[in-house]
Design a protein around this ligand. Sequence first.
Ligand SMILES: *Cc1c(COP(=O)(O)O)cnc(C)c1O
Length: 405
Amino acid sequence: MSLGKRIDDLAILGGKPEFEYKLHVGRPNIGDREAFLARVNDMLDRKWLSNNGPYVQEFEARIAETLGVKHCVVMCNATLALEIAVRALGLSGEVIVPGFTAAATPHSLQWQYITPVFCDIKYATHNIDPDRVEDMITPRTTGILAVHLWGRPCDVEALQEIADRRGLKLLFDAAHAFGCTYKGKMIGGFGECEILSFHATKFLNSFEGGAVVTNDANLAHKARLMKVYGFEGPDNVIYIGTNAKMSEVCAAMGLTSLECLDDLISAYRANYLHYRKELAGIPGVSCIVYDDAVEKCNYQYLAVEVDGQTAGISRDLLVRLLHAENVLARRHFYPGCHKMEPYKSLFPHAGLLLPETEKLAARIMLLPTGTAVNVDEISRVCAIIRTAVENGPEITDRLNAQSGG
Ligand SMILES: *Cc1c(COP(=O)(O)O)cnc(C)c1O
């Protein structure tokens, strides 16, 4: 362990990278391999590979039970689950979404010609700001699609109050929020429905997967038909539908992941606490706050804010420097959905109403965590960051001299 990394050892200035292998953000968590393979063997013996098989049914029941919701409709991914939820709720015209989220969130609307109207976030929480939502409502608005970013809950009550008062449907992109709570209640049962992701990089992994969870029986029924082409019975299609079925092998992985939920949370929690300790006192670098004394959280996103002024090194240079050390930090969600196509062409001035989103998008980076990263590695990552911050201006000067000369 080379905890005392010196400026000349930095790979960006010609030294040797700290890690021989790459340390990724979003490395999948593999649960109990034997348990998964046993399920796959049973599945092959059964020869029931898709079409609402026994693993899919069991996975749905286990999720509903874990989250305390009445209905869980699993699908092949969260993007299609979002699209189906939006369609099943009958949304049209305009829907208000945060700009600081994954492209999948606004795409689920634009894909069906519903206009995503980007709303600013609260800097302190990274989540959609209810006070700004009100300003974005027009006669065409039919809904609010909020995101529990990093698994930290939105201000659900304030959003629900606006939705009720203005006659809007409220739904949540809960792709980050499996196992997290709002006011002590599991996320999953709020609004009209919530959408989960089980993509390989997400907290609970089924290779690819997603779900609509809701307490509304009609909505669940509609989503269930829409994910199988709108078939109600063998010869009877009653809606436009698509194919968003989850396969049995994915559900087998999902069930296996569910069995190690507690181990996963402890691994992420231990990593988070170690990062916090190691990053404490580095000027301009601050770790996102999770506090399970207030709300249960899954600690999955190791989001770090870099204030370039105070740190003496910009977020972007720090990310480049970490990449040179084989630490693949990511600038999520940079530059913000409103600055990506098709939205940046459709709404070239959207950023004027999103000052907090733009400020945050320029400062956040995600660091590697999860079961594939151990505390020694975290100490080494933090030592690199400390060296970079202690020598920010000199690193910048030397890089400028290199590229200038
Ligand atoms: C990953 C993600 C999605 C999309 O999930 P998929 O299952 O990959 O389709 C949607 N919203 C957010 C906030 C995400 O992070």
